[in-house]
Design a protein around this ligand. Structure first.
Ligand code: HEM
Length: 327
C-alpha cells in the first residue's frame, strides 16, 4: 500500500516537473520584453522597416528571409548577421546566403537603438521584429513577437549549407528537413507561404527549364506557358537575373503563392512539390481560398520559428554592432 502511495507521489512529482519545464521553456521569451528597459524598441524597428520598404518594397521579403535563415542555422541568435573575418568565413558568405538582403535596415535600427538604450536590444530580436514588420508592411497580418533573445558569438559558413533545404527538394526531403527542426508538415506549408513575396535568381530554378531529365527537357510539373515565360527571362546559363516568385503580386503578402501552386506555377521544385502530397495539397487549397486561415497559421509558425534554440539569460551577449561580436 505504502509503496503504491509512494509510486503515485513520484508520478505526480514527475508530471509537475514536466509541466514546469514546459512552462519555463515557453517563458524564455516574452511579449513586451523591452517595455521597461527600452520602451521604444519595437517602434524604432518598425519605423526603420517602414522607411526601407517605402523606398524599396522588396526589402520586406529580404527581412523575412533573413530571420528564417538566422533561425534555421544555430537558432535565432543573429549569427547570420556576423561578417566574415580573416580567420572565419561566416554564414552570410555561404552559397544559400549570398543573395540575402536587408542587412543595412538592421544596422540602421541597431544604431538608433544603441542611442536610445545602449546595450539593451539584441540583434536577434531586431531580426524577429523586422521580419514581422516587413510582413505587415507588405499587407500581411502583424502578430505579437515574444522577445528576450541574446546574440550568438559563432557563425560558420559550413553550417548554413547543411541546415537550409535546397530549392530542388521534394516533399519528403522538405518534410524531413522541417521535422529535424521540430516543425510539422502543416507548419512547413504555412511557412512556405513566405514565397508570396520576393525575388529569386534564375540559377535557383533553371534546372526546371533546361535539360531537366532523360524523358523531358522541362519539368512536366510546371505549366508550359510559365516555362516559356521564364525561359525568356532566364536564358540558359544566366545566373544574375532575378524574377518575382509570385509574379502577379510580388510585393503583396497575400495568398497569391498558393494560387500559383494550384496553377502549376510554383517557381521552385520545393514550392510545387507541396501539391504532390494529399494533405499538403489540401492545405494549399485551403490557404488559396482563405487568407485569414493562412495569416493565422503563418503567424503561429513564425512565432514558433522565433523560439528556435534561442540564447537567453546569461548566454551569448547583446552585440553593439550586429556585424561583429563584442571585443
Ligand atoms: C521550404 C523550404 C525553402 C526553400 C527551399 C527556400 C528557398 C529559397 C530560395 C532558393 C530563394 C531565392 C534565392 C535567390 O535565388 O536569390 C528564396 C527566397 C525567399 N525565401 Fe525561401 N525557401 C524556403 C523556405 C522559406 C521560409 C520558411 C521563409 C520565411 C519564413 C522563406 C522566405 C523567403 C523569402 C521572403 C524570399 C525572397 C527573398 C528576397 O526577395 O530577397 N523561405 N527561398
Amino acid at each position: 500500500m505504502a509503496i503504491e502511495k509512494r509510486g503515485k507521489a513520484t508520478l505526480l512529482l514527475l508530471v509537475c516537473a514536466f509541466w514546469m519545464g514546459l512552462w519555463r521553456s515557453n517563458a524564455q521569451l516574452q511579449v513586451g520584453y523591452y517595455d521597461t528597459s527600452c520602451p521604444a524598441a519595437e517602434i524604432i524597428v518598425q519605423q526603420e522597416v517602414s522607411k526601407a520598404v517605402n523606398a524599396n518594397p522588396g526589402i520586406a521579403a529580404g527581412l523575412l528571409r533573413l530571420h528564417f535563415h538566422d533561425c534555421f542555422v544555430r537558432g535565432c541568435d543573429a549569427s547570420v548577421l556576423l561578417d566574415s573575418t580573416t580567420n572565419n568565413t561566416a554564414e552570410k558568405d555561404a552559397p544559400p546566403n549570398t543573395s540575402l538582403r536587408g542587412f543595412e535596415v538592421i544596422d540602421n535600427a541597431k544604431a538608433r537603438l544603441e542611442e536610445a538604450c545602449f546595450g539593451v536590444v539584441s540583434c536577434a530580436d531586431i531580426l524577429a521584429f523586422a521580419a514581422r514588420d516587413g510582413v505587415a508592411q507588405a499587407g500581411g497580418q502583424s502578430y505579437p513577437v515574444p522577445s528576450g533573445r541574446r546574440d550568438g558569438i559563432v557563425s560558420t559558413s559550413q553550417e548554413a549549407l547543411g541546415n537550409l533545404p535546397p530549392p530542388s527538394a521534394e516533399i519528403n526531403q522538405m518534410t524531413q528537413a522541417f521535422a529535424n527542426k521540430g516543425f510539422t508538415q502543416s507548419e512547413m506549408v504555412a511557412l512556405s507561404g513566405a514565397h508570396t513575396i520576393g525575388l529569386a535568381h534564375c540559377s535557383s530554378f533553371s534546372n526546371r527549364l533546361y535539360n531537366y531529365g532523360p524523358t523531358a527537357s522541362q519539368d512536366p510539373n510546371m505549366d508550359p506557358g510559365y516555362v516559356s515565360q521564364l525561359q525568356q527571362q532566364c536564358p540558359q546559363g544566366n545566373t544574375s537575373t532575378v524574377v518575382p516568385m509570385d509574379p502577379s503580386s510580388p510585393n503583396s503578402f497575400d495568398t497569391g503563392y498558393f494560387n500559383d501552386l494550384l496553377n502549376n506555377r510554383g517557381l521552385f521544385t520545393s514550392d510545387q512539390t507541396l501539391t504532390s502530397n494529399q494533405s499538403s495539397a489540401g492545405q494549399v487549397i485551403l490557404y488559396a481560398n482563405n487568407s485569414d486561415v493562412f495569416f493565422s497559421d503563418f503567424s503561429k509558425a513564425m512565432v514558433k520559428m522565433g523560439y528556435m534554440e534561442v540564447l537567453t539569460g546569461s548566454l551569448g551577449e547583446i552585440r553593439s554592432n550586429c556585424r561583429v561580436i563584442n571585443g
